[in-house]
Design a protein around this ligand. Structure first.
Ligand code: ZN
Ligand code: ZN
Length: 100
């Protein structure tokens, strides 16, 4: 799966009603998975540091997705395609506890 960083998302806040309002916690709530140790970008061996806002290739970007990244990959320009490791789960950035 190929994703692109989204621009202008650094001010966005998680608004979940329960749990820590970090994007990494949001990802855990939304996916019911434990955070991976390593960044989800293919071949990257850095530790997970942030929940990055990304757009999936081919989508219009109206729905941002959260993926656990290292700072390096979180800072890639939005024009740069980033291939993810296989089996990576993305979590919608919308409020998790409002979803059914
Ligand atoms: Zn949230
Ligand atoms: Zn990385």
């Amino acid at each position: 799966m190929i994703v692109y960083n989204m621009v202008g998302t650094s001010g966005r806040k998680c608004i979940c009603k329960t749990g820590p309002r970090t994007w990494l916690s949001h990802w855990e709530r939304g996916t019911n998975e434990n955070l991976p140790d390593k960044c989800c970008a293919k071949y990257c061996r850095n530790e997970v540091e942030v929940g990055a806002h990304v757009k999936i290739e081919g989508e219009d970007g109206r729905i941002p997705w959260i993926v656990p990244f290292c700072q390096y990959h979180n800072k890639r320009p939005s024009s740069e395609p980033i291939e993810l490791k296989s089996g990576v789960t993305l979590c919608g950035a919308a409020k998790v506890d409002c979803e059914v």
